[in-house]
Design a protein. Sequence first.
Length: 239
Amino acid sequence: MGRAIHDYFHTGKAAKLRVLSSMFYEDDIPVATLFRKFDKMPTLEQIAIKECRGHVLDVGAGSGCHSLVLKERGHEVTAIDISDLSVSVMKERGIDARNIDFFDESFMEKFDTLLLAMNGIGIVGRTENLDKFFRSVKRLLAPGGQVLLDSSDIKYIFMDDEGVMDIDLAAGYYGEVDYTMRYKNIRGEKFYWLYIDFDTLSMYAEEHGFKCEKIADGKHYDFLARLTVAERNCVQASE
């Protein structure tokens, strides 16, 4: 994806960014959409941007399209991504961008809003990694801060004509999807991307001392959620 972003930024065009999975047919991401302006963003992304406050950490920022909008709106923004090329492009676009892994325990700054747009919680990969995710959130979130994230409940993929889910419960959580990305002659390593339903997200959030609030529903099983430290934990911290 970093190479595709780099090519499009510097030439105005890019080859197909192909997405392969053992669960779905091959698909591709139109690279131009990674550079979209606010008015071309899905409704949930627009709402998330409006809900941001204070110093924002844009996680998995890609081309930096969300960071640019936030910066234009007067926010202090830090963007992180694990792609050198993506970070290079964002810097050229005037964004404070860094090549940092969200889960890197040496990353110790504090932010008022953690923004994980475009199903950004997908970086968790599998539900077993949610413990690590919430540890990172606690490390990075300033007092009174919030996490804004969107995701999708993909159970509809496994439903038969009568609305009954046809999945192997022994195979793990149904929202853990394996992907490989290919651009030109570059093939990335296989990775897992997490699509999580709101109830499961809420359950894990509560276990880790967070309140999970649904801000809005999308048009196709997607939703925007806000995570904040639960009030009882705020009281304990102050004590």
